[in-house]
Design a protein around this ligand. Structure first.
Ligand code: FES
Ligand code: FES
Length: 159
């Protein structure tokens, strides 16, 4: 049996029938073809599946699809607006992307952090990203990218 859900993904209303045991990650990847959010552990430990749900970063592998009914979801595909989002640019420029598997989740968590706090300390950035694992970069460049992005957003606001 499938269950009807309606939700908004990257600004687009979606109406789907989902299996009750499927996750939000399954629906995004398999039903909507949004492959940015990755399946790493599938059990809430790696953060590669992070998307923003109603303004908060969530592990989409832990959200059963029926729970997404009525929600507003942003995935990494929804960030670019004609050109890459400032966080995407900062990640590339600072060398914060190596294999890239963790990158969509990192970026979504980092964007959610800056939405909540525009000028986080290094400690706050590291804490916010503590649920997102990266096996390549050693994290320093990721933290730098978030700092650079935060500075640019501050400068743009002041301009
Ligand atoms: S795949 Fe969701 S936390 Fe690892
Ligand atoms: S860049 Fe490879 S896991 Fe982070």
């Amino acid at each position: 049996m499938k269950i009807p859900i309606e939700f908004v993904v990257n600004g687009e209303p979606q109406a789907l029938f989902v299996k009750p045991n499927h996750t939000l990650l399954d629906v995004l990847r398999d039903d909507l073809g949004l492959l940015g959010a990755k399946k790493g552990c599938g059990e809430g430990k790696c953060g590669t599946c992070t998307v923003i749900m109603d303004g908060k970063p969530v592990n989409s592998c832990l959200i059963l699809a029926p729970r997404a009914d009525g929600s507003d979801i942003i995935t990494v595909e929804g960030l670019a607006d004609g050109e890459p989002h400032p966080m995407q640019k900062a990640f590339v420029e600072q060398g914060a992307v190596q294999c890239g598997f963790c990158t969509p989740g990192m970026i979504m968590t980092a964007c959610a952090l800056l939405d909540e706090k525009s000028d986080p300390s290094e400690e706050e950035i590291r804490l916010a990203l503590s649920g997102n694992l990266c096996r390549c970069t050693g994290y320093a460049k990721i933290v730098e990218a978030v700092q650079v992005c935060a500075q640019r957003i501050q400068q743009d606001k002041g301009a």
